[in-house]
Write a protein that binds this ligand. Structure first.
Ligand code: BTN
Length: 262
């Protein structure tokens, strides 16, 4: 049975809308811990998160009522633990494809799964996998998008941006969410059919700063390199003076975005 707002087969067919919650990811986790098994594709959306979580234990700050914050529950038992990066790729691609008609070619996926417009982060993804043995069992996928928030606190303003800052008009957050879920369902079926090469090819083609010289930092040392792609395990491949090197998440970070070639 389809519900009113999602034209999907299963993603979002069990939909819970909250006014205020600590974090939609945490809410889903608690629900799973204490209730009957949840339907595959359950979606929790909140107008406000008062303790939103980001990657690397960072906070996710979003002004109430102006942004999109939601989480999805997916049964991902068919994904082996060493293929879990494909899940990151399909979620990034879903956000990318849902936003592309609004924002166009300056939209990029910054490895591993940030959503960038020009040089501003407009969205982030937090995936929490439940791994059992050598496979995933289920995944909680949290998506935060800066949508109708025009200004950010000083600590965020340099790096963060929002859709309204670029489009100069309000965007309906619920429509955005249903669009993302619809694309995600398409990619979920592709992942289930193990169309892995095609998923990686699409992800790679939208990578932020691909084939551009950029400055990176590893263990306090700066180096210049060119992103050439991402491995199937999710390592970033950078061409440096010393050859092609692979980096895990947390191991390397962008320092500046543009290096002028001389
Ligand atoms: C990042 O650090 O870039 C990831 C941010 C993920 C934020 C979303 S908002 C909905 C869901 N609930 C959370 O607490 N975090 C994720």
């Amino acid at each position: 049975m389809q519900n009113n707002i999602f034209s999907t087969l299963f993603v979002g067919q069990n939909f819970i809308k909250l006014t205020s919650v600590d974090s939609t990811n945490t809410y889903l986790k608690n629900l799973l811990a204490k209730s009957e098994p949840l339907p595959d594709g359950t979606v929790i959306m909140a107008d406000e998160q008062f303790s939103g979580r980001g990657q690397l234990n960072n906070k996710w700050l979003a002004k109430p009522g102006e942004n999109l914050t939601f989480s999805l529950y997916l049964k991902t038992g068919f994904v082996s633990a060493d293929q879990q990066f494909f899940l990151n790729q399909i979620v990034s691609l879903s956000v990318y494809e849902a936003l592309y008609p609004l924002l166009g070619a300056a939209l990029k996926i910054k490895w591993p799964n940030d959503i960038y417009f020009k040089d501003k982060k407009i969205g982030g993804i937090l995936i929490e996998n439940n791994i059992q043995g050598s496979s995933l069992k289920s995944s909680i996928i949290g998506i935060g998008l800066n949508v109708n928030q025009s200004d950010f606190d000083a600590e965020l303003a340099e790096k963060a941006g929002s859709i309204i800052q670029f489009l100069h008009k309000n965007v309906n957050v619920t429509t955005l969410m249903t669009d993302i879920c619809q694309v995600l369902e398409k990619y979920y079926f592709q992942l289930k059919a193990f169309k892995l090469e095609s998923i990686s090819r699409s992800y790679d083609s939208h990578l932020y700063k691909k084939h551009e010289l950029s400055m990176f930092e590893k263990d306090g040392e700066l180096f210049v390199g060119e992103i050439i792609g991402v491995t199937t395990s999710g390592y970033l491949e950078i061409k440096t003076e010393e050859g092609i090197q692979q980096f895990a998440f947390k191991e390397v970070k962008f320092v500046s975005t543009d290096i002028n070639q001389t």
